[in-house]
Design a protein around this ligand. Structure first.
Ligand SMILES: [Zn+2]
Ligand SMILES: [Zn+2]
Length: 328
């Protein structure tokens, strides 16, 4: 099969690799489209260290091509989205129902070969059947939308909440959309004007591209979604939040930084982390199928697999939101 193999940092080669053989409880998925994500870019640059060679990619839509031994519950040709973090199912964390933070989880495209290939094997319990009428490209947004839904449900706004979305990459823009749908008044912050333009199209009532401008709204926000991963984001957010505000962290800063901890106590702020997803895939598929999520505004480019290195070179473009690879 054709696959984009990362042989080392910034060295990607289109290779012919053996088709994976699904084991017991697994299915073989023929990948149709796959999203390119910040994690793939970080792996490509070598920032995540570790294992090479590896096939990157974890946001995939495809169709069932084969079943492992004893395979039941699905049929060949069924269109599916893959949930790409496989928990052990046995540790204390998994048994408490929080498989998303299982310390033993296996991540597709990082720990094992991922979806920038014609075929990938995945556990049956981690593939979700697509609803009728949902396009491959829209369905390729299921994984990042599930990330946003997971955090959103931990920190959901009510009508009248004044929401700040800090960072408007794909996940940040999903937060904008979800918060607007819930009736909140949404402000978005990002240094990239093209993405703020999309935030306004999704219903953000105010957008800022400079922190100095945002200082004028200091103390106003009752809910903040931090999606940028910028090292100084949390300190700013703590200062900008209203008394009693809730802060949801999904960005992953590369380095630690100091925060005004006394303000957390003084303002009784609640800070909550969120990591990937638990059981949000069906809800994400439902939102996409209903058209509640403007997938047309999120998908910026679709590349053939052998153009993936070019797509990664374009990753920093302010005009890119979610680029896809069309594989078969
Ligand atoms: Zn991703
Ligand atoms: Zn576990």
């Amino acid at each position: 099969m054709k696959a984009a193999l990362l042989v080392g940092p910034q060295k990607m080669e289109i290779r012919d690799l053996p088709v994976p053989v699904p084991r017991e409880g697994e299915v073989l998925v023929r990948v149709r489209e796959a999203g390119i994500c910040g994690t793939d870019f970080a792996k490509y640059r070598g920032d995540l260290g570790g294992n090479f060679p590896v096939v990157a990619g974890h946001e995939a839509v495809g169709e069932i091509a084969a079943l492992g031994p004893g395979g039941v519950g699905t049929r060949i040709g069924e269109r599916v989205a893959i949930q790409p973090n496989f928990a052990c199912g046995q540790c204390e964390t998994c048994r408490s129902g929080r498989e998303n933070i299982c310390p033993n989880r296996v991540r597709l495209g990082l720990d094992v070969d991922g979806v920038f290939a014609e075929y990938v094997a995945a556990p049956r319990k981690y593939v979700w059947t697509l609803p009728e009428g949902l396009s491959d490209s829209a369905a390729a947004l299921t994984e990042p939308l599930s990330v946003a839904l997971h955090g959103f449900q931990k920190c959901a706004p009510a009508a009248g909440d004044r929401v700040l979305v800090y960072g408007t990459g794909t996940i940040g823009l999903f937060y904008v959309q979800l918060a607007v749908l819930s009736g909140a008044r949404v402000t978005a912050f990002n240094t990239s004007e093209p993405r703020l333009e999309v935030a306004r199209k999704l219903g953000a009532i105010q957008t800022f591209h400079s922190a100095a401008e945002l200082e004028t709204r200091k103390g106003d926000f009752t809910i903040v979604y931090e999606t940028s991963g910028a090292a100084d984001a949390l300190a700013r957010i703590i200062r900008w939040s209203a008394p009693g505000a809730r802060i949801l962290l999904t960005g992953l800063p590369e380095k630690d930084s100091s925060i005004p901890a006394a303000l957390i106590a003084r303002k009784e702020l609640l800070i909550q982390g969120a990591m990937t997803y638990q059981d949000e895939f069906p809800a994400a598929l439902d939102l996409l199928q209903k058209g509640a999520i403007r997938s047309d505004l999120f998908i910026t480019n679709i590349y053939p697999l052998d153009q993936l290195p070019r797509a990664l070179a374009n990753f920093r473009s302010p005009h890119r939101i979610k680029d896809l690879v069309r594989i078969s």
